[in-house]
Design a protein around this ligand. Structure first.
Ligand code: MGD
Ligand code: MGD
Ligand code: SF4
Ligand code: MO
Length: 750
C-alpha cells in the first residue's frame, strides 16, 4: 500500500469522544490508508471501525459539497452568494416582524466534536439573541451538567473516573466498550478496563442489558430501567447505616452530609431492591466494596441521564464518590485541568457564582430553561402552537432532531410548517430535507481540529492540535466563516456581511475580556499588543492560540516563556502530554459557599418524587436504546463499510418474553407507546433483562426527499417514534429515552 509519493498526516479522530490519534496516508487528494497513531501518548495506536470509515465519509458522493436552496418547492444546488442572499431575504422580515424569538435554533452533537462549530456556533447564537435555543444536550447529558453545577459550581465541573489508577469501577448505564466513552474522554477503553482487572481490581457493570462492557467486567447486574437513583440511594443509606462514610481530605470542604443521611433513610436496600431488581445483599456488598477499596470510582452515563430520575441519579453518583472518600483522589473520580481552560479554571479559585436554573420557562409547556436552553422535546410544540413568540423559522446546526429527539413524527410534521428553515449540515437527511437553505460543512479531513470541549473531560491532561489533511476544494467555505457571515447577516449587515470583520470584532471582545479579568494571566495588558502577538493567525487558530496561552499551562504571552502555545502543539503533532489528573479541591470549586454542596436545594426537593416512586408497580414492558460499534447516532449509516452485514435495527427481547407474546426470532413485532408504533424484527437474546426491550436509535432512513442512498437501503425504524415528548426529567428537561412503557404484539398480517 505504501508508496514514495504517499504523504502521512496525523489527525485526531472527530467522530466520538475518545479522541484517538490517527495516522492518515494520502496520495494526492485520495486517502489510501488510516490506522491508529502509535506515537499518540493518549491513544497509543488504538482505533475503532469508525476511525477507518473517515475514508468513506470523506469520499461519500452523497456528502454535500455545495449549498442548496429551495426553488419552487425543490432543493437545488446554488452558489454561496445566492444561498446567503436567500437567508437574508427570508430571515430578515421574520426577525423584523416577529422578533428574535421567532427564530429557533437546534444544535446537534457534532458541534461538540468540531473546532469551528464549538467556537463560532455561540457567536451566531449571540448575534441572533433568541430565547428559543435547543440542543442535543437535552436528549443526552443535561442531568449531569445540572447536578455537577449544583455540587461543584459550573456545568462543566464533571468528575471523570481516573481509569488508569482505579482498582474498582462501578459502571452504571454506560457501554464504553462500544460507545468508546462519554463524559469521560479516553481512548482505548477496552485495554484500560482490562488493566484494572489485571492489577487485581474489579469492574462491576449495572445495566438492563449484558453489554460488551458487562461481558468483559468482573460482575454484571441487571437493573430495571429508570431505577438507578433507588439503587444509588440504597448505597448511600448503607454507607451511613454501616458506618462506612469517610470524607478524608475533603472533610472541611463538604456541606450537607447530615442532610444526605436523612434523605437516604427511606431507601433501605430492601425497599430499593423491590424497585430496581438487584438483591439487597448485593446492594450492601457494593457499598462495602466501594468504601473499602483504596482507589474506586462510580461512573455513570447516558442510561442514567435519559431517564425519569436522570438528575437525581447523576447527583447520587458523585454523592457516593464523596462519601467513600474517592472524589478528587487518584484512582477515584477527578477533575481535568484542560489546556484551553474551563469555567472551573477561570475566575477566583475556590469560589464562584454557582449556577441558576429556571430563569425563564418555555412558552407552551412552561418547561424551565437550563443553562440558556429549552428541552429539545419542546421544539415541535413551540413551532405548532399559535400565538406571540411562536417559532416561525428554525436554524439547525449539525443536528438531526427528527431521528434523535422524542416523538420524531410530530417534529417531522412541524418542520414542514415552518416559514423558513436553514440547516448547516453535510447531508440531506430526515431533518435537513425540510430546509429552504442548506449550507454544507467541509470534510473532516479538510479542516483543522482541536477538541476544545472533549479535552475538558479527559482522564489525563493532554493537548493535541491537528492541521487539516487536505486543503478545502476551491469554492468551498469553512464553517467558521459561514457562521460568522450568518452572524453578520442576522446583525443586519446584509447578505455580503464580511466574516473577517466579524472575526476581528469577536477576537477583540475576547481579548478585552481577558485583560480586564483579574484572574487572567494577561490582566492589565494592552489588547493591541496581544492581538499583534497572535498575528498572522485568524479564525479558530487565533482563538485557540489565545485560549492555550491564557490557559492553565499557557505562556501568558511572555509571563511563562516555556508555557504552552499553539506553536508548541504544531511542533508536537502526536500531542503534548500534560500528565495525570491531580487533586483540585478546593481550588476547582465555583460554588457561592466555596464548598462541595452535597445536598443542594433543587435536588433535595426532587427526592419526594423518587420516594413516591418506591412503591410504583413496574409496567409489563420497558423500552431502552442500544448503540453499536459501527454507528454514530443517526448520521453514519450512509457508509457501506459501517452498514454491511446483518441488519442491526432489531428489537432485542428475552426468550421468556417472546414465548409469552408468541414471537420467534425474526418475527415482526408491533411495538407501541403513548405516541406511536413501529414494526420491527425481533432478535432473541438472554443478554437482556426479562421485561425489557431494546431498539437502537438513529435509524428510520425511509423519509422521502432525503439524499442518503446507502442509508435508505438499510432504513430500519426510528425508535424515537416511540419516545414520549411529554416525559422529561423535570430538573434538567432531559428526555426520557430509556424506560419507555410499551406494549408489544405480533404485527398483524396485512
Ligand atoms: N432514543 C434515543 N435517542 C437518542 C439517543 C439515545 O440513546 N436514544 N441518544 C441521544 C444522543 S446521546 C445524542 S448526542 C443525540 C444526537 O442528536 P443529533 O445531534 O440531533 O443527531 P446526530 O445523529 O448526531 O446528527 C448529527 C447531524 O450533524 C451532521 N454533521 C456531521 N458532521 C457535521 C459537520 O462537520 N458539520 C455540520 N454542519 N454537520 C455535520 C450530520 O449529517 C447529522 O445531520 O441523539 C440523541 N437521541
Ligand atoms: N458506536 C457508537 N459510539 C457512540 C455513539 C454511537 O451512536 N455509536 N454515540 C456517542 C454519543 S453521542 C454518546 S452520548 C455516547 C453514549 O455513551 P454510553 O452512555 O456509553 O452509550 P450507550 O451504549 O448507549 O450505553 C448506555 C447503556 O445504558 C443502558 N441503560 C439503559 N437504560 C438504563 C437504566 O435505566 N439504567 C442503567 N443502569 N442502564 C441503562 C443501556 O442498556 C446501555 O448499555 O456514545 C458515543 N459513542
Ligand atoms: S473510538 Fe472514537 S475517536 Fe477513536 S477511532 Fe473510533 S470513532 Fe474515532
Ligand atoms: Mo450524545
Amino acid at each position: 500500500m505504501s508508496n514514495d509519493a504517499d504523504r502521512v498526516s496525523y489527525r485526531v479522530c472527530p467522530l466520538c469522544e475518545a479522541t484517538c490519534g490517527l495516522e492518515i496516508r494520502t496520495r494526492g487528494r485520495e486517502v489510501v490508508g488510516i490506522r491508529g497513531d502509535e506515537a499518540d501518548p493518549f491513544s497509543r495506536g488504538f482505533i475503532c471501525p469508525k476511525g477507518y470509515a473517515l475514508k468513506e465519509l470523506d469520499a461519500d458522493p452523497d456528502r454535500l459539497r455545495t449549498p442548496f436552496v429551495r426553488r419552487d418547492g425543490v432543493l437545488e444546488p446554488a452558489t454561496w452568494d445566492d444561498a446567503f442572499a436567500e437567508v437574508a431575504r427570508r430571515l430578515g422580515p421574520i426577525l423584523q416582524e416577529h422578533g428574535r424569538d421567532a427564530v429557533g435554533v437546534y444544535v446537534g452533537n457534532p458541534s461538540a466534536h468540531n473546532m469551528a462549530l464549538s467556537m463560532y456556533g455561540p457567536v451566531l447564537l449571540r448575534a441572533l439573541g433568541t430565547k428559543n435555543f435547543f440542543s442535543a444536550s437535552t436528549v443526552d447529558q443535561m442531568p449531569k451538567h445540572v447536578s455537577s453545577g449544583l455540587l461543584f459550581g459550573t456545568m462543566l465541573s464533571i468528575p471523570v473516573p481516573d481509569l488508569d489508577r482505579a482498582r474498582y469501577l462501578l459502571v452504571l448505564g454506560a457501554n464504553p466498550l462500544v460507545s468508546n466513552g462519554s463524559l469521560m474522554t479516553v481512548p482505548d477503553v477496552p485495554a484500560r478496563l482490562r488493566a484494572i482487572r489485571e492489577r487485581g481490581g474489579k469492574v462491576v457493570v449495572v445495566d438492563p442489558r449484558r453489554t460488551r462492557t458487562a461481558a468483559e467486567a468482573s460482575e454484571h447486574h441487571f437493573i430495571r430501567p429508570g431505577t438507578d437513583a433507588h439503587l444509588l440511594f440504597a448505597i448511600v443509606h448503607t454507607l451511613f447505616a454501616d458506618g462506612l462514610v469517610r470524607l478524608g481530605r475533603l472533610a472541611p470542604h463538604v456541606a450537607g452530609v447530615e442532610q444526605m443521611e436523612a434523605l437516604a433513610r427511606p431507601f433501605t436496600p430492601e425497599a430499593a431492591s423491590a424497585r430496581c431488581g438487584i438483591a439487597a445483599a448485593v446492594i450492601r456488598r457494593l457499598a462495602h466494596e466501594l468504601a473499602e477499596s483504596e482507589r474506586a470510582a462510580v461512573y455513570a452515563r447516558i442510561g442514567t441521564c435519559t431517564q425519569e430520575f436522570g438528575t437525581i441519579a447523576s447527583w447520587l453518583v458523585d454523592v457516593v464518590n464523596v462519601l467513600t472518600g474517592h472524589l478528587d483522589q487518584p484512582g477515584g473520580a477527578m477533575f481535568t485541568r484542560p489546556a484551553t481552560g474551563s469555567p472551573h479554571t477561570r475566575g477566583t479559585p475556590g469560589r464562584g457564582k454557582g449556577i441558576r436554573l429556571g430563569r425563564r420557562a418555555s412558552r407552551v409547556r412552561k418547561a424551565p430553561e437550563v443553562f440558556g436552553e429549552l428541552p429539545a422535546a419542546c421544539l415541535a410544540e413551540e413551532i405548532e402552537t399559535p400565538g406571540d413568540g411562536r417559532i416561525r423559522a428554525l436554524v439547525t446546526v449539525a443536528g438531526n432532531p427528527v431521528l434523535s429527539t422524542p416523538n420524531g413524527a410530530r417534529l417531522d410534521r412541524a418542520l414542514a410548517t415552518l416559514d423558513f428553515m436553514l440547516s448547516l449540515d453535510i447531508y440531506l437527511n430526515e431533518t435537513t430535507r425540510h430546509a429552504d437553505v442548506i449550507l454544507p460543512g467541509l470534510s473532516a479531513l479538510e479542516q483543522s481540529h482541536y477538541d476544545v470541549v472533549l479535552r475538558q473531560l479527559a482522564i489525563r491532561n493532554v493537548a493535541t492540535y491537528s492541521p487539516a489533511v487536505f486543503a478545502p476544494p476551491p469554492g468551498q467555505r469553512p464553517e467558521w466563516e459561514t457562521l460568522l457571515r450568518l452572524a453578520g447577516i442576522v446583525a443586519g449587515q446584509g447578505p455580503a456581511a464580511d466574516p473577517a470583520a466579524v472575526d476581528e470584532m469577536v477576537m477583540l471582545q475576547r481579548i478585552e475580556h481577558e485583560v480586564t479579568s483579574p484572574a487572567s494571566p494577561i490582566h492589565g495588558r494592552d489588547p493591541a499588543e496581544i492581538l499583534a502577538a497572535l498575528a498572522p493567525r485568524r479564525g479558530p487558530e487565533r482563538l485557540l492560540d489565545l485560549m492555550l496561552r491564557t490557559g492553565p499551562y499557557g505562556d501568558g504571552f511572555g509571563a511563562r516563556p516555556d508555557g504552552l502555545t499553539l506553536a508548541v502543539l504544531e511542533a508536537n503533532p502526536h500531542g503534548v502530554d500534560l500528565g495525570p489528573l491531580e487533586p483540585r479541591i478546593p481550588e476547582v470549586l465555583r460554588t457561592p459557599s466555596g464548598k462541595v454542596e452535597l445536598a443542594p436545594e433543587p435536588l433535595v426537593a426532587d427526592v419526594a418524587r423518587l420516594r413516591a416512586d418506591l412503591d410504583r408497580p413496574a409496567p409489563a414492558m420497558l423500552l431502552i436504546g442500544r448503540r453499536d460499534l459501527r454507528s454514530n447516532n443517526s448520521w453514519m449509516h450512509n457508509l457501506p463499510v459501517l452498514v454491511k452485514g446483518k441488519p442491526r435495527c432489531t428489537a432485542q427481547m428475552h426468550p421468556a418474553d417472546a414465548a409469552r407474546l408468541g414471537l420467534g426470532e425474526g418475527a415482526l413485532a408491533r411495538v407501541a407507546s403513548r405516541v406511536g408504533a413501529v414494526d420491527i424484527p425481533v432478535e432473541l437474546t438472554d443478554a437482556i433483562m426479562p421485561g425489557v426491550l431494546s431498539i437502537p436509535h438513529g435509524w428510520g432512513h425511509d423519509r422521502p426527499g432525503a439524499g442518503i442512498r446507502v442509508a435508505a437501503d438499510h432504513a430500519g425504524v426510528n425508535s424515537n417514534l416511540l419516545a414520549d415528548e411529554l416525559a422529561l426529567d423535570p430538573l434538567s428537561g432531559d428526555a426520557v429515552l430509556n424506560g419507555i412503557p410499551v406494549t408489544v404484539e405480533r404485527t398483524p398480517a396485512p
